[in-house]
Ligand binder design. Structure first.
Ligand SMILES: Cc1ncc(COP(=O)(O)O)c(C=O)c1O
Length: 515
């Protein structure tokens, strides 16, 4: 156990300032060395899941240990078993790369340890959060005097948006009675597109106890955007059948193909029917700063609420989600609670904002600092360049796919997410044959698994209209066109080799020679 050196017999967790400095310098050296090597690291850990589990099978420490030795475990055990999202060739999920300034912001925020639930425990942090939320709104063309806050991620932001929507749209006061008042008739329903709607909306409906079936899937068009005529028909039919539609969720950068739903049209439909318009912009809302695609975002300014994820397309370190709500009072009416111990029983001079009144959490960390600091560091102009590069990379991959005999495009990328399929030339005209299709599904999965296992790139698959396809999410400020070319070449050669090895013998007969 560490003794404090003050002669005070009370135990303390505090370190001697000189020891703290040495540990801090060592940690900074470790981090700097990491960044110097992240581009060339194997992205995935070479060890199996059971080996990784075994590395951390440790007994509860009864006695304290030397902090220097604990710090070295980072290099010895944690890093070798990490997945390196900071690599320029990490294209998994929709994961951001993490900014270096976020690291310093996290350390500084932890040092003062303000709890941003209440203003009294976090005056400067509250002001920074208010300011940063307003900047984000301004960046994407939303009302800068909107309400909003930072949250753990897009899922909890979507949950908070649906909670607010339900509170505001229910015909009675749900605050005290929830969904169980006597006067309730019918089931609440929320709408999103069938192909590209995100699972977090279903999770949110589940957590709100609306039931997963409350999420109604609206058919999408060939370009994967929501068919708004179908939406209108569904809303009419559902109402006639006794449902209570309360919210439509538009995708602003969707998970499989990165599309943006027709926002103006959805805004109109919601307005005409008194529905809440929520824009799920976890993936793509920040793209509104890009002049070349700005027109796709028309109508976003009319949303009642918008989810954004700074830990995705602002590259802020995990976690950092964000919710904007046009009318701050709607958030307050949805989340505010009162107890004598929250503000102190007597009136105080301060009459400003306590974030525990505006969101699901009471205690909260200082997420805003890393966004505030990084936004200042790059500026909107800097971000415009970085986001533009990501779009350029996705389009470059598309161009390579289109120019190749061995791949098939499924869409043209609008943002940084791109899905495509490996398909050898001689099988292209046999698409639709169940045996060929299922072989290609298996091949694409094997290709993604192999390139990821080699550690040179991290690529996952998804399903597009029933087909298993390769999918990249270029959400890294480090990815270059050369990275894209390198990964494309690797996919191509893995595909060729696997095709030679895996193609069933009888298959060439099915496919026909020389097709
Ligand atoms: C469109 C969309 N919404 C919501 C989410 C959930 O965000 P998070 O993972 O930050 O909870 C994601 C995650 O990828 C997403 O793509």
């Amino acid at each position: 156990m560490q003794e404090n050196n003050t002669g005070n017999p009370f135990a303390s967790l505090d370190l001697d300032p000189e020891v703290f400095k040495q540990l801090g310098y060592r940690a900074v050296d470790m981090i700097a060395e990491y960044y110097a090597t992240v581009r060339n690291r194997s992205i995935t850990a070479p060890n199996s899941s059971s080996e990784i589990e075994a590395a951390f099978q440790e007994t509860l420490p009864e006695e304290g240990q030397d902090p220097r030795a604990i710090l070295e475990e980072w290099t010895a055990k944690v890093l070798p078993n990490a997945t390196h999202l900071g690599s320029p060739r990490y294209f998994g999920f929709v994961n951001g790369s993490g900014t270096m300034f976020s690291v310093l912001a996290e350390a500084l925020a932890a040092s003062v340890n303000m709890n941003t639930g209440g203003w009294k425990a976090s005056p400067s942090a509250t002001e920074i959060e208010r300011r940063t939320i307003s900047w984000i709104a301004q960046m994407i063309g939303y009302a800068p005097d909107c309400g909003g806050l930072f949250l753990g991620g897009g899922t909890i932001a979507n949950f908070s948006a649906l909670h607010t929507a339900l509170r505001m749209k229910a015909a009675y006061n749900t605050t005290e009675e929830g969904l169980q008042p006597d006067q309730r008739q019918g089931k609440y329903t929320v709408y999103m597109s069938d192909h590209e709607g995100h699972i977090s909306i279903i999770k949110a409906a589940d957590m709100l106890n609306l039931g997963r079936n409350a999420v109604r899937k609206v058919p999408s068009k060939d370009d994967f955007t929501m068919d708004t005529e179908a939406l209108e028909r569904m809303l009419e039919e559902d109402k006639a059948n006794g449902y209570i539609p309360f919210c439509v969720v538009a995708q602003v950068g969707s998970i499989n193909v990165g599309i943006i739903d027709p926002l103006e049209e959805i805004a109109r439909i919601c307005k005409e029917r008194g529905l809440w318009f929520h824009a799920d912009g976890a993936c793509g809302a920040f793209g509104a700063i890009l002049p070349g695609i700005k027109s796709l975002y028309k109508g976003l300014e009319q949303a009642d609420s918008i989810t954004l994820d700074p830990h995705k397309w602002l590259y802020i370190s995990y976690e950092c989600g964000c919710l904007l709500v046009r009318n701050p009072e709607h958030l307050r009416r949805s989340f505010s609670t009162a107890a004598p111990y929250l503000r102190g029983t007597l009136p105080t001079q301060y009459s400003g904002l306590d974030y525990f009144d505006y969101g699901p959490q009471m205690s909260r960390g200082f997420n805003a600092l890393k966004v505030w600091m990084t936004l200042k560091q790059y500026g909107v102009a800097g971000y415009r360049k970085l986001l533009g590069q990501n779009v350029q990379c996705a389009r470059h991959m598309h161009n390579l796919v289109v120019a190749s005999d061995s791949f098939e495009p499924l869409h043209t990328p609008q943002l940084f997410i791109y899905s495509f399929q490996y398909c050898p030339k001689d099988l292209k005209s046999h698409r639709g044959d169940a045996t060929v299709d299922s072989y290609l599904d298996r091949m694409n999965q094997l290709i993604a698994d192999e390139i990821t296992a080699t550690g040179q790139a991290f690529i996952m698959t998804t399903r597009i209209r029933g087909r298993v396809v390769l999918r990249i999410s270029v959400c890294s400020h480090r990815t270059t066109l050369q990275d894209i070319e390198q990964v494309f070449a690797a996919l191509n050669s893995i595909g060729e080799r696997l095709d030679q090895k895996e193609r069933p013998l009888h298959f060439n007969v099915v496919a026909g020679p020389g097709v």
